[in-house]
Design a protein around this ligand. Structure first.
Ligand SMILES: N[C@@H](CCC(=O)N[C@@H](CS)C(=O)NCC(=O)O)C(=O)O
Length: 207
């Protein structure tokens, strides 16, 4: 059975969890105790020398990095090639969004949210500006589209979903981005969708 080393607060792990579920694969979630430093212990570093979740183990195959795992799962297990279509342009377009998720999204919204979740002190202003710049650009791009690439959902949608959904936990309101809110709901309507665990931080904080 496929094993996913995971943590419930990780948006990176969540995007993989969604695809495993959507593809109806048999899998087991293995929680990694990040606060206790389990990801720095030799047993975990033997799986991922870079000391991060998610890690996927499929028989002899071990893959780390959420986007790499999405590519692997879509390539091996999606016979219809909907989630990673096999045309050069679609692949290039999807790659563009995987990079965006790994860099601009992880470097802004995900950082703001992690700072609130784990009480880290950071300079919020430049990250907040970048988060809104990115959301505005995404909203303009997405206006009039159903999915990020082509006419069906792909791994690009999954790669961006989790941390955009979590933006309010980073103090970033989505109220000015109705096109993105509609797209989030569209992803949530996919067969096999699994919700991200939400937390009472940022704009979700109860007073
Ligand atoms: N590029 C990696 C980033 C993964 C990542 O940032 N994982 C976080 C949890 S969301 C982690 O393991 N943090 C522990 C650490 O870096 O020490 C991916 O896409 O999987």
């Amino acid at each position: 059975m496929i094993k996913l080393y995971w943590h419930p607060f990780s948006g990176h792990a969540h995007r993989v969890h969604m695809l495993l579920s959507i593809l109806e694969l048999n899998f087991e979630l293995i929680p990694v105790d990040l606060p206790a430093g389990e990801h720095q212990r030799p047993e975990f570093l033997a799986l991922n020398p870079f000391g991060q979740i998610p890690v996927l183990v499929d028989g002899e195959i071990v893959i780390s990095d959420s986007n790499a795992i999405l590519v692997y799962l879509a390539t091996v297990y999606d016979r219809e090639q909907q989630w990673l279509p096999n045309t050069p342009l679609a692949r290039a377009n999807i790659e563009q969004f995987l990079s965006l998720a790994a860099h601009r999204l992880a470097g802004s919204i995900a950082k703001l949210r992690a700072a609130n979740l784990f009480n880290r002190s950071i300079d919020r202003e430049p990250l907040t500006q970048e988060a809104h710049k990115l959301l505005k650009q995404l909203q303009n791009y997405q206006n009039g589209r159903q999915w990020l690439v082509g006419t069906n959902p792909t791994i690009a949608d999954l790669a961006l979903y989790s941390y955009i959904k979590l933006a309010p936990e980073g103090g970033i309101s989505l109220a000015d981005y109705p096109v993105l809110e509609t797209w989030l709901k569209r992803v949530e309507g996919l067969a096999g969708f699994v919700p991200m665990q939400l937390s009472n931080v940022g704009l979700r904080k109860e007073s």
